[in-house]
Design a protein around this ligand. Structure first.
Ligand code: 5AD
Ligand code: SF4
Length: 458
């Protein structure tokens, strides 16, 4: 494919990303949209022509950060004589767009997650000082169609968004309201993007979606329009891109179908790592959360995946202090954690989100109880994470080298289990897969000596 060369960057854009990997991906795509109109990325807001805050609405704290950051940006904008264009994107923009415009006059434009392809025209409107400065309609398909199909990537590992939105309506969660209904991209479009990534040397692809294992995209046109599931997509992407590593994030227990479980056993490129949020180990709380699965169902999935892929590492998300959570319910969560043994996990205090059903529920848990429970849960999860890292000592682990480490003379990378890995080496190893003999581990990382460099498959 011939690609039109991009114009030389004459203007600068600084994008600050909050929240989930979907936002990280979206920020990359915003750079792709802005490059043809002359914007090149910079590392800080000082003197930038355009500043975009790509925001997260999932918990109250994440939302508050936006307003305090806008206070800082205001000072930077003043230094440019008011020329800097300030945009708020992402889920806070979607949920509170009009309020942002009212509360923060420093903001020139507000755009929700489905409107990124409209950035160039919105910027033009700001320059002309006419037209709509708020774009928060749900047009996911239009966005996918309008974004450039090819990508510019930085490094050997990349996200590829295959699905957006969520129809699950967990009672605590704002995502179905900020990201809209579930939508899967057609297989052909994903393949074009995967090939573009492969041509730029990407070796690890992380298939991304709010509910990625609910993926059901229109099959390849040549083979008819039958729908494909995630497992089929994983196998196909591995093949067309010749990638060494495939991952998928984030999934829901209800959508772990037989084919996907089988893929963990029969697809060598699929990394032995499963991030499957459970949120709670109590059936009463799972029901109140509208998760649509029980503790037993979750445990049975883990057992089945482990049976086909014994070296699998499990990751999860937890919420403590959901309305009505008793001490016994919380103990059920602790007990589930002991039973599964996670290699990494993300845990949060329940945060009441306006407009969600849980915000109106009886039995809101006092803040100090949430704090105590979070500490207890995190202590256990950290213990498990450290034990997992220590268990790698003495083993040979393939590591995808992602860049220089902070320590001079050291490089950094990722293990199959997403552990951060450090080792002595030089920059010629960047983007390679090296085999390391692990000799040291901490709570947050492992390190070792290079044994050999894996050949690049051509
Ligand atoms: N309060 C606390 N945590 C939440 N999450 C989602 N909504 C809330 C909320 N209202 C957590 C869930 C989810 C992760 C992305 O964020 O654990 O899996
Ligand atoms: Fe939110 Fe639940 Fe959808 Fe995940 S599955 S995005 S937690 S509503």
């Amino acid at each position: 494919m011939t690609e039109t060369p991009l114009p030389k960057a004459t203007k600068t854009v600084f994008i600050k990303t909050y929240g989930c990997q979907m936002n990280v991906y979206d920020s990359e795509r915003m750079k792709d949209v802005l490059a043809p109109i002359g914007y090149g990325p910079v590392a800080g807001p000082e003197g930038a022509d355009l500043v975009i805050l790509n925001t997260c609405h999932i918990r109250e704290k994440a939302t508050e950060k936006v307003y305090s950051e806008l206070g800082q940006i205001k000072k930077q904008k003043a230094k440019t004589g008011g020329k800097m264009i300030v945009a708020v994107a992402g889920c806070v923009a979607q949920a509170e767009g009009e309020e942002i415009m009212r509360r923060a006059p420093v903001v020139d434009l507000v755009l929700g997650p489905q409107a990124y392809h409209k950035l160039p025209e919105m910027i033009a409107r700001v320059h002309r000082k006419t037209g709509e400065r708020l774009e928060t309609k749900f047009e996911t398909l239009e966005k996918f169609d309008a974004l450039p199909k090819t990508r510019s990537v930085d490094g050997p590992s990349a996200f590829l968004s295959i699905q957006e939105g969520c129809d699950k309506f967990c009672t605590f969660c704002v995502v179905p309201y900020t990201r809209g209904a579930e939508l899967s991209r057609p297989v052909d479009d994903i393949v074009v993007e995967a090939r573009s990534l492969a041509s730029q040397g990407v070796r690890e692809v992380n298939l991304l979606g709010q509910n990625v294992n609910a993926y059901h995209g229109a099959g390849p046109k040549l083979e008819g329009a039958a729908e494909w599931g995630l497992a089929q997509m994983i196998r196909h992407v591995a093949k067309v891109g010749g990638f060494d590593r495939i991952r998928y994030t984030t999934s829901h227990p209800r959508d772990m179908d037989d084919d996907l479980i089988t893929a963990h056993g029969d697809t060598p490129e699929l990394m032995p790592f499963l991030h499957l949020p459970v949120q709670s180990g109590s059936n009463t709380i799972l029901k109140a959360m509208n998760r649509g699965h029980t503790r037993e169902h979750y445990l049975s999935i883990m057992a089945r995946v482990k049976a086909v892929r014994p070296d699998i590492g499990f990751a999860s998300d937890f919420i403590v202090g959901f309305p009505g959570e008793s001490e016994a319910d919380f103990e059920d969560t602790m007990d589930l954690v002991r039973e599964v043994n996670f290699c990494i996990a993300y845990s949060f205090k329940y945060s009441s989100r306006p407009g969600t059903p849980a915000a109106e529920m009886f039995g809101q848990v006092p803040e100090e109880v949430k704090t105590t429970r979070l500490h207890r849960l995190q202590a256990l999860l950290w213990e498990q994470q450290t034990a997992f890292n220590l268990s790698k000592i003495g083993q040979t682990v393939p590591v995808l080298v992602t860049g220089k480490a902070r320590m001079p003379g050291q490089m950094a990378g990722r293990s199959p289990w997403l552990q951060s890995v450090y080792f002595d080496g030089d920059e010629s190893l960047n983007g390679q897969i090296v085999e390391l003999k692990i000799d040291h581990a901490t709570q947050n990382s492992i390190s070792g000596q290079v044994l050999r460099v894996k050949e690049v498959a051509v």
